[in-house]
Design a protein. Structure first.
Length: 329
């Protein structure tokens, strides 16, 4: 009899403990909108307009959407004005001059969120690269276009309210250096940028539920080229797991199919290479009591839309979406 009672008490304790855990689900997306100057990206004005319409019509179920390469002032003003009609709060790179900030001083990043902001910070890679060059005497190789833009990352602290409870979440949005050349010559720069963000997360987001998303410009299996072997960009992917313990829903080689390639040969603007360059990682650094599941990943903004007599995509990338489920104790 005592044995039965003790077991019943133990089961009751386990049930109460599991019931006390808060489960917070976030539907998170990322999208490189490819809004370079018109002479660098075709149909840019039309594509930005259609993007706004899709957000209002089909993407209201998202909790958070990170956007990259929203460089032009005209496009930024259009997106901000259009999405004021939506449920999203809009956070982007700005100063006291608002939209007047020159594109080479903006980072091209924007975050849409259903939840209120507690704090925002924008960090540029450029001063850290200069400091590293002075200390180590090493100069990173860059594409010419990347010398004139101010890439970096955004750090948002959001108050996520679900039900009667609210929780502090940290959201990161970034756009790392692009691939270029037959030997992927910007890989050292991309590695430096990623390590910079990882060290920042370790310092500022310890023990806090975190979502880390963006255009990382590396594929989990290397960016596949038509005429070359997989590039070494894939070696950066495990760093997120090893250093932060964050998860992503996509696990190679099981997902080494084209179904989740955000950079695809099926895209109107791309015929040379493919791979998943855009990622969403979820976790809590040094918080083993917080369990995280990442699931239901799929492509978004991957449909073609009619433009004059042809059908085109909204960007040279597809968007990517995952559901991050945090079990908070």
């Amino acid at each position: 009899m005592k044995w039965i009672l003790s077991n019943l008490l133990f089961i009751s304790f386990i049930c109460l403990r599991s019931a006390s855990a808060d489960i917070v689900s976030l539907k998170v997306g990322t999208f490189n909108i490819w809004d370079k100057p018109v002479f660098k990206s075709k149909h840019a004005n039309w594509r930005v307009k259609k993007f706004c319409q899709l957000i209002l019509d089909d993407m209201q179920d998202l909790d958070i959407l990170g956007i990259q390469e929203l460089w032009r002032r005209r496009s930024l003003k259009r997106v901000v004005k259009c999405l004021r009609k939506s449920k999203f709060k809009i956070y982007y790179s700005r100063d006291s001059r608002g939209f007047k900030r020159a594109f080479w001083k903006r980072n091209g990043l924007l975050i849409l969120s259903r939840y209120p902001l507690k704090k925002i910070r924008q960090i540029s890679f450029r001063p850290h690269e200069k400091s590293y060059r002075r200390r180590k005497g090493i100069k990173f190789r860059k594409q010419i276009s990347e010398k004139f833009i101010n890439k970096g990352f955004m750090h948002l602290q959001l108050e996520v309210i679900q039900g009667e409870k609210s929780h502090l979440f940290h959201i990161y949005n970034t756009h790392l250096a692009a691939n270029f050349g037959p030997k992927n010559r910007q890989h050292p720069l991309r590695k430096f940028q990623l390590n910079l963000i990882i060290n920042y997360i370790k310092k500022h987001s310890k023990g806090i539920p975190t979502v880390f998303l963006g255009d990382f410009n590396y594929a989990l299996n290397g960016l596949k080229e038509k005429i070359s072997d997989p590039l070494p960009g894939s070696s950066l992917h495990p760093v997120i797991y090893q250093e932060l313990g964050f998860k992503e829903a996509v696990n190679y080689p099981a997902s080494d199919t084209r179904s989740l390639h955000t950079y695809s040969r099926d895209n109107y603007y791309n015929s040379k290479s493919e791979g998943q360059l855009d990622h969403i990682y979820c976790g809590a650094y040094q918080a083993p009591s917080i369990k995280v599941n990442v699931e239901d990943s799929k492509l978004i903004f991957n449909q073609r839309m009619k433009y004059k007599k042809k059908k085109i995509n909204l960007s040279d990338h597809y968007g990517f979406r995952s559901v991050c489920r945090f079990h908070l104790k």
